[in-house]
Design a protein around this ligand. Structure first.
Ligand code: COA
Length: 290
Protein backbone atom coordinates (compact mmCIF):
# COMPACT_ATOMS: atom_id res chain seq x y z
CA UNK A 1 0.00 0.00 0.00
CA UNK A 2 1.32 3.43 -0.93
CA UNK A 3 4.68 2.08 -2.07
CA UNK A 4 6.27 3.46 -5.24
CA UNK A 5 7.24 1.03 -8.02
CA UNK A 6 10.75 -0.49 -8.04
CA UNK A 7 13.39 2.15 -8.71
CA UNK A 8 15.95 2.17 -11.51
CA UNK A 9 19.64 2.73 -10.94
CA UNK A 10 20.83 4.35 -14.12
CA UNK A 11 19.37 6.78 -16.62
CA UNK A 12 17.18 4.09 -18.13
CA UNK A 13 13.52 4.30 -18.95
CA UNK A 14 11.09 2.69 -16.53
CA UNK A 15 10.30 -0.93 -17.40
CA UNK A 16 6.71 -0.64 -16.33
CA UNK A 17 4.69 2.50 -16.36
CA UNK A 18 1.36 3.21 -14.70
CA UNK A 19 -0.25 6.56 -15.49
CA UNK A 20 -0.92 8.77 -12.52
CA UNK A 21 -2.60 11.45 -14.62
CA UNK A 22 -4.60 11.23 -17.82
CA UNK A 23 -2.38 10.32 -20.78
CA UNK A 24 -3.50 13.52 -22.48
CA UNK A 25 -2.81 15.79 -19.52
CA UNK A 26 0.12 17.54 -21.24
CA UNK A 27 -1.08 17.09 -24.82
CA UNK A 28 0.14 19.76 -27.24
CA UNK A 29 2.28 21.36 -24.57
CA UNK A 30 5.97 22.03 -25.20
CA UNK A 31 8.32 21.53 -22.27
CA UNK A 32 11.93 22.68 -22.11
CA UNK A 33 13.90 20.78 -19.51
CA UNK A 34 17.33 22.12 -18.63
CA UNK A 35 19.34 19.24 -17.26
CA UNK A 36 16.96 16.78 -18.95
CA UNK A 37 19.78 14.50 -20.08
CA UNK A 38 20.26 12.71 -16.79
CA UNK A 39 19.03 12.02 -13.30
CA UNK A 40 15.78 13.64 -12.14
CA UNK A 41 15.57 15.90 -15.21
CA UNK A 42 15.63 12.84 -17.45
CA UNK A 43 12.81 11.23 -15.48
CA UNK A 44 10.76 14.41 -15.60
CA UNK A 45 11.22 14.42 -19.39
CA UNK A 46 10.02 10.84 -19.57
CA UNK A 47 6.98 11.47 -17.38
CA UNK A 48 6.00 14.55 -19.40
CA UNK A 49 6.36 12.63 -22.67
CA UNK A 50 4.20 9.82 -21.27
CA UNK A 51 1.55 12.51 -20.94
CA UNK A 52 1.81 13.53 -24.59
CA UNK A 53 4.04 16.56 -24.09
CA UNK A 54 6.45 17.69 -26.80
CA UNK A 55 9.92 17.65 -25.34
CA UNK A 56 13.15 19.62 -25.53
CA UNK A 57 16.03 18.58 -23.28
CA UNK A 58 19.18 20.65 -22.90
CA UNK A 59 22.49 20.56 -21.07
CA UNK A 60 26.11 21.51 -21.55
CA UNK A 61 26.78 18.13 -23.11
CA UNK A 62 25.17 17.52 -26.50
CA UNK A 63 26.22 13.83 -26.56
CA UNK A 64 24.50 13.31 -23.20
CA UNK A 65 21.20 14.89 -24.22
CA UNK A 66 21.34 13.18 -27.64
CA UNK A 67 21.71 9.77 -26.02
CA UNK A 68 18.94 10.59 -23.56
CA UNK A 69 16.70 11.78 -26.38
CA UNK A 70 17.18 8.50 -28.27
CA UNK A 71 16.16 6.54 -25.17
CA UNK A 72 13.10 8.70 -24.65
CA UNK A 73 12.03 8.48 -28.29
CA UNK A 74 12.47 4.69 -28.21
CA UNK A 75 10.33 4.42 -25.09
CA UNK A 76 7.60 6.78 -26.19
CA UNK A 77 7.81 7.03 -29.97
CA UNK A 78 7.51 10.79 -30.16
CA UNK A 79 10.05 13.50 -30.89
CA UNK A 80 12.39 14.83 -28.23
CA UNK A 81 14.73 17.60 -29.33
CA UNK A 82 18.19 17.57 -27.70
CA UNK A 83 20.05 20.89 -27.48
CA UNK A 84 23.27 22.06 -25.90
CA UNK A 85 23.50 25.26 -23.88
CA UNK A 86 25.39 26.54 -20.88
CA UNK A 87 23.13 28.20 -18.30
CA UNK A 88 26.09 30.40 -17.34
CA UNK A 89 26.38 31.73 -20.88
CA UNK A 90 23.26 33.71 -21.95
CA UNK A 91 24.10 33.80 -25.70
CA UNK A 92 23.94 29.98 -25.79
CA UNK A 93 20.53 30.10 -24.07
CA UNK A 94 19.24 32.60 -26.62
CA UNK A 95 20.36 30.41 -29.53
CA UNK A 96 18.72 27.34 -27.97
CA UNK A 97 15.42 29.09 -27.21
CA UNK A 98 15.29 30.48 -30.75
CA UNK A 99 15.73 26.96 -32.06
CA UNK A 100 12.90 25.63 -29.87
CA UNK A 101 10.59 28.39 -31.07
CA UNK A 102 11.53 27.71 -34.69
CA UNK A 103 10.87 23.98 -34.22
CA UNK A 104 7.68 24.09 -32.13
CA UNK A 105 6.42 27.66 -32.46
CA UNK A 106 5.84 27.96 -28.73
CA UNK A 107 6.93 27.00 -25.24
CA UNK A 108 4.63 26.19 -22.33
CA UNK A 109 6.76 24.75 -19.54
CA UNK A 110 10.30 25.46 -18.39
CA UNK A 111 11.98 23.11 -15.93
CA UNK A 112 15.22 24.52 -14.52
CA UNK A 113 17.02 21.35 -13.47
CA UNK A 114 20.68 22.20 -14.10
CA UNK A 115 22.74 22.01 -10.91
CA UNK A 116 26.33 21.57 -9.84
CA UNK A 117 27.17 20.19 -6.46
CA UNK A 118 29.78 18.31 -4.47
CA UNK A 119 30.37 17.98 -0.75
CA UNK A 120 33.22 20.14 0.56
CA UNK A 121 33.96 21.81 3.91
CA UNK A 122 33.56 25.59 3.87
CA UNK A 123 37.15 25.94 5.06
CA UNK A 124 38.64 24.23 2.00
CA UNK A 125 36.12 25.31 -0.61
CA UNK A 126 37.89 27.53 -3.14
CA UNK A 127 36.50 30.96 -3.98
CA UNK A 128 35.91 29.81 -7.52
CA UNK A 129 34.16 26.62 -6.36
CA UNK A 130 31.66 28.66 -4.31
CA UNK A 131 31.07 31.02 -7.21
CA UNK A 132 30.72 28.20 -9.75
CA UNK A 133 27.88 26.53 -7.86
CA UNK A 134 26.07 29.86 -7.41
CA UNK A 135 26.60 30.62 -11.08
CA UNK A 136 25.15 27.32 -12.26
CA UNK A 137 22.25 26.99 -9.83
CA UNK A 138 21.16 30.53 -9.03
CA UNK A 139 22.41 32.71 -11.90
CA UNK A 140 21.72 29.86 -14.35
CA UNK A 141 18.08 29.65 -13.25
CA UNK A 142 17.73 33.41 -13.59
CA UNK A 143 19.41 33.47 -17.00
CA UNK A 144 17.20 30.82 -18.54
CA UNK A 145 14.00 32.21 -16.98
CA UNK A 146 14.91 35.68 -18.21
CA UNK A 147 15.45 34.56 -21.81
CA UNK A 148 12.25 32.50 -21.83
CA UNK A 149 10.28 35.43 -20.46
CA UNK A 150 11.61 37.84 -23.02
CA UNK A 151 11.24 35.50 -25.98
CA UNK A 152 7.84 33.96 -25.22
CA UNK A 153 6.35 33.88 -21.74
CA UNK A 154 5.77 37.63 -21.38
CA UNK A 155 3.26 37.56 -24.25
CA UNK A 156 1.78 34.09 -23.77
CA UNK A 157 2.17 33.08 -20.13
CA UNK A 158 3.86 29.88 -19.04
CA UNK A 159 4.93 27.68 -16.17
CA UNK A 160 8.36 27.54 -14.54
CA UNK A 161 9.37 24.68 -12.25
CA UNK A 162 12.76 25.03 -10.58
CA UNK A 163 14.38 21.91 -9.14
CA UNK A 164 16.20 22.46 -5.86
CA UNK A 165 16.68 20.87 -2.46
CA UNK A 166 15.72 22.36 0.89
CA UNK A 167 19.32 23.28 1.74
CA UNK A 168 18.41 26.97 1.78
CA UNK A 169 16.24 26.61 4.86
CA UNK A 170 18.43 24.56 7.19
CA UNK A 171 22.13 24.03 7.93
CA UNK A 172 24.21 21.04 6.92
CA UNK A 173 27.90 20.27 6.87
CA UNK A 174 29.82 20.28 3.57
CA UNK A 175 27.22 22.12 1.53
CA UNK A 176 27.52 25.86 2.18
CA UNK A 177 27.83 26.57 -1.55
CA UNK A 178 24.73 24.57 -2.47
CA UNK A 179 22.80 25.98 0.50
CA UNK A 180 23.58 29.54 -0.55
CA UNK A 181 22.58 28.77 -4.14
CA UNK A 182 19.32 27.10 -3.14
CA UNK A 183 18.41 29.97 -0.80
CA UNK A 184 18.88 32.34 -3.73
CA UNK A 185 16.68 30.11 -5.87
CA UNK A 186 13.95 30.09 -3.19
CA UNK A 187 13.99 33.89 -3.08
CA UNK A 188 14.05 34.32 -6.85
CA UNK A 189 11.10 31.98 -7.17
CA UNK A 190 9.01 34.15 -4.80
CA UNK A 191 10.00 37.38 -6.51
CA UNK A 192 9.33 36.10 -10.02
CA UNK A 193 6.00 34.58 -8.97
CA UNK A 194 4.92 38.04 -7.77
CA UNK A 195 6.41 40.03 -10.62
CA UNK A 196 5.25 37.78 -13.47
CA UNK A 197 1.96 36.44 -12.05
CA UNK A 198 -0.13 39.08 -13.85
CA UNK A 199 1.12 37.65 -17.15
CA UNK A 200 -0.27 34.21 -16.24
CA UNK A 201 3.18 32.88 -15.43
CA UNK A 202 3.42 30.50 -12.51
CA UNK A 203 6.77 29.92 -10.81
CA UNK A 204 7.27 27.10 -8.32
CA UNK A 205 9.95 24.89 -6.85
CA UNK A 206 10.10 21.12 -6.65
CA UNK A 207 12.54 20.12 -3.90
CA UNK A 208 13.39 16.43 -3.96
CA UNK A 209 15.67 15.09 -1.25
CA UNK A 210 18.07 12.22 -1.69
CA UNK A 211 16.72 10.17 -4.57
CA UNK A 212 18.18 6.70 -4.94
CA UNK A 213 19.76 5.89 -8.29
CA UNK A 214 21.14 9.43 -8.71
CA UNK A 215 24.69 10.82 -8.54
CA UNK A 216 23.57 13.14 -5.78
CA UNK A 217 22.54 10.14 -3.72
CA UNK A 218 25.94 8.47 -4.11
CA UNK A 219 27.79 11.70 -3.57
CA UNK A 220 25.82 13.47 -0.87
CA UNK A 221 24.20 10.60 1.00
CA UNK A 222 27.41 9.94 2.90
CA UNK A 223 28.83 6.51 3.67
CA UNK A 224 26.42 3.57 3.85
CA UNK A 225 26.14 3.56 7.64
CA UNK A 226 25.38 7.24 8.03
CA UNK A 227 22.99 7.04 5.10
CA UNK A 228 20.92 4.30 6.74
CA UNK A 229 20.85 6.21 10.02
CA UNK A 230 19.85 9.33 8.17
CA UNK A 231 16.86 7.62 6.59
CA UNK A 232 15.81 5.92 9.81
CA UNK A 233 15.63 9.37 11.39
CA UNK A 234 13.39 10.72 8.65
CA UNK A 235 9.60 10.41 8.85
CA UNK A 236 9.13 7.94 5.96
CA UNK A 237 12.41 6.16 6.79
CA UNK A 238 13.48 5.62 3.21
CA UNK A 239 15.13 7.39 0.30
CA UNK A 240 13.08 8.95 -2.46
CA UNK A 241 12.34 7.22 -5.72
CA UNK A 242 12.69 8.85 -9.13
CA UNK A 243 8.96 8.47 -9.56
CA UNK A 244 8.64 11.74 -7.62
CA UNK A 245 9.19 13.29 -11.08
CA UNK A 246 5.37 13.23 -11.24
CA UNK A 247 5.35 16.11 -8.77
CA UNK A 248 6.76 18.29 -11.57
CA UNK A 249 3.90 17.23 -13.84
CA UNK A 250 1.43 18.32 -11.18
CA UNK A 251 3.12 21.72 -10.77
CA UNK A 252 3.17 22.18 -14.55
CA UNK A 253 -0.46 21.17 -15.04
CA UNK A 254 -3.47 23.48 -15.10
CA UNK A 255 -4.65 21.50 -12.05
CA UNK A 256 -2.09 23.44 -10.03
CA UNK A 257 -3.53 26.83 -9.09
CA UNK A 258 -0.17 27.22 -7.41
CA UNK A 259 2.53 29.84 -7.70
CA UNK A 260 5.35 30.90 -5.40
CA UNK A 261 5.33 27.50 -3.67
CA UNK A 262 7.92 24.90 -2.75
CA UNK A 263 6.74 21.32 -3.12
CA UNK A 264 9.06 19.41 -0.81
CA UNK A 265 9.24 15.81 -2.00
CA UNK A 266 11.81 14.35 0.37
CA UNK A 267 9.81 12.07 2.63
CA UNK A 268 9.89 14.71 5.35
CA UNK A 269 13.65 14.30 5.73
CA UNK A 270 14.32 18.01 6.16
CA UNK A 271 12.23 18.05 9.35
CA UNK A 272 14.62 15.77 11.19
CA UNK A 273 18.08 16.18 9.68
CA UNK A 274 20.80 15.43 12.25
CA UNK A 275 23.85 17.63 12.87
CA UNK A 276 26.09 15.08 11.21
CA UNK A 277 29.49 16.65 11.85
CA UNK A 278 31.04 13.16 11.74
CA UNK A 279 30.84 13.54 7.95
CA UNK A 280 33.52 16.25 8.20
CA UNK A 281 36.10 13.70 9.29
CA UNK A 282 38.59 13.13 6.51
CA UNK A 283 37.00 15.61 4.15
CA UNK A 284 39.69 18.33 3.82
CA UNK A 285 41.50 16.05 1.41
CA UNK A 286 38.41 15.15 -0.62
CA UNK A 287 40.18 14.04 -3.77
CA UNK A 288 37.91 13.79 -6.77
CA UNK A 289 35.99 16.07 -8.97
CA UNK A 290 33.00 14.53 -10.69
N1 COA B 1 35.51 19.50 -4.43
C1 COA B 1 36.04 20.75 -4.27
N2 COA B 1 36.08 21.68 -5.28
C2 COA B 1 35.56 21.30 -6.46
C3 COA B 1 34.99 20.04 -6.69
C4 COA B 1 35.00 19.12 -5.61
N3 COA B 1 34.47 17.88 -5.75
N4 COA B 1 34.54 20.00 -7.97
C5 COA B 1 34.82 21.20 -8.52
N5 COA B 1 35.43 21.98 -7.61
C6 COA B 1 35.94 23.33 -7.80
C7 COA B 1 37.09 23.33 -8.78
O1 COA B 1 38.30 23.00 -8.14
C8 COA B 1 37.06 24.75 -9.30
O2 COA B 1 37.64 25.65 -8.39
P1 COA B 1 39.20 26.15 -8.59
O3 COA B 1 39.20 26.88 -9.90
O4 COA B 1 39.43 27.04 -7.42
O5 COA B 1 40.04 24.92 -8.57
C9 COA B 1 35.58 25.09 -9.32
O6 COA B 1 34.94 24.16 -8.42
C10 COA B 1 34.96 24.93 -10.67
O7 COA B 1 35.19 23.60 -11.09
P2 COA B 1 35.20 23.21 -12.63
O8 COA B 1 35.39 21.74 -12.75
O9 COA B 1 36.14 24.10 -13.36
O10 COA B 1 33.74 23.69 -13.06
P3 COA B 1 32.64 22.96 -13.87
O11 COA B 1 31.60 24.00 -14.12
O12 COA B 1 33.20 22.23 -15.06
O13 COA B 1 32.06 21.83 -12.91
C11 COA B 1 30.54 21.16 -11.19
C12 COA B 1 31.64 22.11 -11.60
C13 COA B 1 30.10 21.60 -9.84
C14 COA B 1 29.35 21.29 -12.11
C15 COA B 1 31.07 19.73 -11.17
O14 COA B 1 31.30 19.33 -9.88
C16 COA B 1 30.20 18.74 -11.86
O15 COA B 1 30.33 18.56 -13.06
N6 COA B 1 29.28 18.06 -11.17
C17 COA B 1 28.41 17.05 -11.76
C18 COA B 1 27.02 17.45 -11.83
C19 COA B 1 26.43 17.61 -10.48
O16 COA B 1 27.08 18.10 -9.59
N7 COA B 1 25.18 17.28 -10.35
C20 COA B 1 24.47 17.51 -9.11
C21 COA B 1 24.52 16.31 -8.22
S1 COA B 1 23.62 16.68 -6.75
Amino acid sequence: HGQPPPNIDEDDCLLEYCHLFSVQSAQDKVAFIIGGGSEIGFLIAQVFMRHSCHMVIASRSLPRVSTASKKLVAAKGQWCLPLSLDVQDPPTIIVAVDEVLREFGKMDILVNGAAGNFPCPASTLSFNAFKTVLDIDAAGTFNVSHVLYEKFFQDHGGVIVNITVTLGSWGQVLLIHAGAAKAAMDAMMCHLAVEWGHGNIRVNILAPGLISGTKGFQQLGGPQASRILHFLRSPLQRAGNKIIAHSALFLASPAAFVTGAVLVANGGMWLTSPNNTEMLVGFPSFPTKL
